[in-house]
Ligand binder design. Structure first.
Ligand code: ATP
Length: 270
């Protein structure tokens, strides 16, 4: 990476068929991000401005990054990801300059998608206390808003942000012409979990007894990332025991391990 906290991928490989259980979200992101990039004339002809920024919100590991990457793949766009929390932590006093740099890079590498992960780190509602750190974060946000206001929505740069704390965002960020489209990305339901498991087991050597439906039914609350971890862990159990296929027991052990880790994590947070 050019700077830490930033990733530039000129040929992102993710595609929509690697995303399980988010059909509605895919439709929405196609309409709000893909269409303006692919067919700007549709908007010009009708005489409306396409959305400039789209906010994806939902719990960690549900596929927000994956969705953004898939749009970039589909539109042959460069994928530029910044993790807002890292920007704030590492580049004290330089946040605003870096934001400017990211937008310049996006124009240079266009078509491109700017993906801002954990945007709440630079866009939380203004706090009453105003330490120098808060003021620095504020300047970074101001620069982001200025960049968004300054560019043509009909251009070839799409902006997607992600957060799991939409409730704490500064309303200035969500005004029309900024991030004014919201797409919720929830944890999958049972059917969604089946879809995700199908994707992540598609290249695995499974014992014929393995029943994806059963695993889906036992993993209530699991995110896409959790389900992927369960598949990997099940595979690891098989490798450790030098078996050539992954069995039902491997999956049961993996479910227990990953769900158990999640629970511990939750308890630590509380
Ligand atoms: P965070 O908020 O923690 O950044 P995120 O919502 O951006 O999380 P991703 O980074 O997209 O989540 O997900 C992590 C990994 O989990 C993905 O690379 C993918 O392998 C898997 N995954 C998550 N959601 C899905 C899904 N809906 N379908 C298939 N795989 C998924």
């Amino acid at each position: 990476p050019i700077v830490s906290g930033m990733e530039v991928d000129e040929k992102p490989q993710a595609s929509y068929d690697q995303i399980g259980g988010l059909e509605e979200q895919v439709v929405e992101i196609k309409e709000t991000v893909e269409l303006p990039l692919k067919k700007p004339e549709l908007f010009t002809n009708i005489g409306i401005e396409p959305p400039k920024g789209v906010l994806l919100y939902g719990p960690p590991g549900t596929g927000k990054t994956l969705l953004a990457k898939a749009v970039a793949h589909e539109t042959n766009a460069t994928f530029i990801k910044i993790v807002a929390s890292e920007f704030v932590r590492k580049y004290i006093g330089e946040g605003a300059r870096l934001v400017r740099g990211v937008f310049e890079l996006a124009k240079e590498k266009s078509p491109s998608i700017i993906f801002i992960d954990e945007i709440d780190a630079i866009a939380a509602k203004r706090l009453k206390s105003s330490t120098s750190g808060d003021r620095e974060v504020q300047r970074t946000l101001m620069q982001l808003l200025a960049e968004m206001d300054g560019f043509e929505a009909r251009g070839d740069v799409g902006i997607i942000a992600a957060t799991n704390r939409p409730d704490i965002l500064d309303p200035a960020l969500l005004r029309p012409g900024r991030f004014d489209r919201f797409i919720e990305v929830p944890v999958p339901n049972e059917e969604g979990r089946m879809e995700v498991l199908k994707i992540h087991t598609s290249h695995m050597s499974l014992d014929e007894e393995v029943d994806i439906q059963l695993i889906a039914s036992l993993t209530e609350g699991a995110s896409g990332a959790d389900l992927k971890a369960i598949c990997t862990e099940a595979g690891m159990f098989a490798i450790r025991e030098e078996r050539s296929t992954v069995t039902v027991a491997d999956f049961m052990d993996a479910v227990e391990k990953i769900i158990g880790m999640e629970r511990e994590e939750e308890m630590r947070r509380e």
